[in-house]
Design a binder for this molecule. Sequence first.
Ligand SMILES: Cc1cc2nc3c(=O)[nH]c(=O)nc-3n(C[C@H](O)[C@H](O)[C@H](O)COP(=O)(O)OP(=O)(O)OC[C@H]3O[C@@H](n4cnc5c(N)ncnc54)[C@H](O)[C@@H]3O)c2cc1C
Length: 471
Amino acid sequence: MADTIYDVAIIGSGPAGYTAAIRAGQLGLSTALIEKDPYLGGTCLHVGCIPTKSLLFNAEVYDHVKDGDAMGLNNTAGVTPNWPTIQKRKQGIVDKHAKGLQFLMRKNKVAVIEGYGKLTGPAQGGIHTVDLEGKSGRSSIKAKNVILSTGSVARLLPGLKPDDRILTNIEVLSLNDIPKSLIVIGSGAVGVEFASIYKSFGADVTILEMLPRYVPVEDEEVSKELMRVYRKRGINGFVNAKVEKVERTKDGVVVTFTVDGKQQKIEADKVLIAVGRAPNTDNVGIEKTRIEVERGFVKTDEYMRTAEPGIYAIGDIAMGYPQLAHAGAMEGIVVVTHIAGRPVKPVNVLRIPNATYCHPEIGSVGLSEAKAKELGYDVKVGKFPFTANSRASIVGQHEGFVKIVTDAKHGEILGVHIIGPTATELIAESVVALEMECTAEDLAHIIHAHPTLSEAMLDAANAVFGMPINT
Ligand SMILES: Cc1cc2nc3c(=O)[nH]c(=O)nc-3n(C[C@H](O)[C@H](O)[C@H](O)COP(=O)(O)OP(=O)(O)OC[C@H]3O[C@@H](n4cnc5c(N)ncnc54)[C@H](O)[C@@H]3O)c2cc1C
C-alpha cells in the first residue's frame, strides 16, 4: 500500500463516496475508499434513507391493515405491530445492502481501507498524502486526487447530548419500544418522516416548528396540505414555535417553547431533535490546505473542485448543494468523470428532486410558485387533485395534488410539486421533463397509462391550459 500512488483517494463511504468509487473503478482509475466505520454506506444506508424508509413501509402496511374493515378484510382489529420483528427486518435490509457495497467495491477493483483519513496539506510534486489512523495504527496513502465525502451529523440544540430520551436520527431508529408519546423538534424531511412513522404505530406525536409552516423548503401549498392532513391524522403541531429548553423529567422529557411570545410546556416520553445536519469537516486536515469553508461547508466550483488543486468535496459537506443522497451520488460521478478527463455535465441544483416519504409523500423539483414569481417569471400554474384520480380511489389515498409551475411566456416547466400517494416515485417524470426543457404542452401530449396515479401529471399539464379532463 505504501508504494501505491492511487489516481483517486476518497475519504468517506456514504452515497457520495461509494458512488464516486464505483464510477472511478468503471472508468479504470485506481481507487482507494477510506472509511472510519467497519461497514460501508454512511449515514444514508445505516442511519438515514434506508432504515427510515423500511420503518415507513411497515407503518404504511399497518395503516392499510388498520383500515381492514373498509378493505373487506376480517379480524384485522386486533392486529398490533411486532416491534422487534420490524426492527429486525429493517436491520436485515441495511445489512444486505452493506454487503452489496463490499461486493461492488471488489467488482470495480476499489481498495477499501478501514481508518480515519486526514488531509496533510497541498500536493507535493502533484501527489497528495492522506494520513490514516486505523485499528492497526497510523499509516498513510498517496493519491493524485483526493475526494472529501465525510458527510454530516445531526445538529443538536445547545447544551443537549443524545441519550435514551433525547434522540437524534440514530437513537430514534432503534428504540426498544414504540414510545407512547414523542415530541419532534423540526419539521424538515427527517422530522415529518419520524412523526409519520411513530403516529402510525400509535404514539401521540407533537411537532414543534420554528418557521410558519412544515417542510419549509417545499412550495407553500404543499406545506399547507401536509399540515391539513397531519392535523386530520391527529399529529399535533405548533408553528412559529421557539424551543427554549429541553429537560429530562423522572420518566420522560419536558420541552418549553414560546409561540407569539406565550410560553408553553409539553411533556412526552421522548424528544427527537431534527433541526438539520452539520457538515463533518472539523477534523479532516482542511486547515492545512487552501480549501475554503463557510459555516463548515466546503466551497467548490461546478466540478466540485475546492480551492486546493487536486482536492474535491462532494455530498453533505458541499456548499450550495442540498444534503441528499442522490445529489451527493451525482456529484461523485461528476468529479471522477472530470478526473478521468471525460466530458461531463455539472450538477444543476434546480434539477435535483426532493423526496419526503411521510404519509402523504412529497416529491418536488425546480422552482416553487413563490420563487418563480420572485425571479420575475410570469407564472402560470396547473393543479390537479388526487380526489379526481381513479387510481387514487383504488388505493384509497385521496389527499394531495400535482402542481405544475410554468413560465406563461414560453410554456417552459419551471417546477413540479406533488403531495400524495407515491409522490416520491411520480416526481421522476418531472425531473426528466425539466432536464429536457419540456413545456406543459409537451407533457400534455405524453400518453400516460390508465388507471395510474401518473395520470394526475397529465391532468395537471392540461390544467395549465384550463382543460384538465378529469375535473
Ligand atoms: C434520518 C435521515 C433520513 C434521510 N433520508 C434521506 C432520503 O430518503 N433520501 C435522501 O436523498 N437523503 C436522505 N437523507 C440524507 C442522506 O442520508 C445524506 O444526504 C447522505 O447520507 C449524504 O451522503 P454523504 O456520502 O455525503 O455522507 P454520509 O452518508 O454521511 O457518509 C459519510 C461517511 O464518511 C465517513 N467519514 C467521515 N469522516 C471520515 C474520515 N475522516 N475518515 C474516514 N471516513 C470518514 C463516515 O463514517 C460516513 O460513513 C437522510 C438523512 C437522515 C439523517
